[in-house]
Design a protein around this ligand. Structure first.
Ligand SMILES: [Zn+2]
Length: 51
């Protein structure tokens, strides 16, 4: 798991432990690596065309 600063005060700097940001003191948040932005949603195929 990777963690980043909530406020991105250090850009995309990545931390390896769920700690607090050394710069701004905000808690780090986990980065979900397996998030797939192009995941297929088959439910969208069920849209009924207006006719
Ligand atoms: Zn920060």
């Amino acid at each position: 798991m990777k963690y980043i600063c909530q406020t991105r005060c250090e850009g995309d700097k990545i931390y390896t432990k769920p700690d607090k940001c050394p710069e701004c003191g905000m808690p780090l948040i986990a980065v979900q690596k397996d998030t797939d932005p192009v995941k297929e949603n088959h439910d969208k195929h069920r849209v009924v065309p207006a006719s």
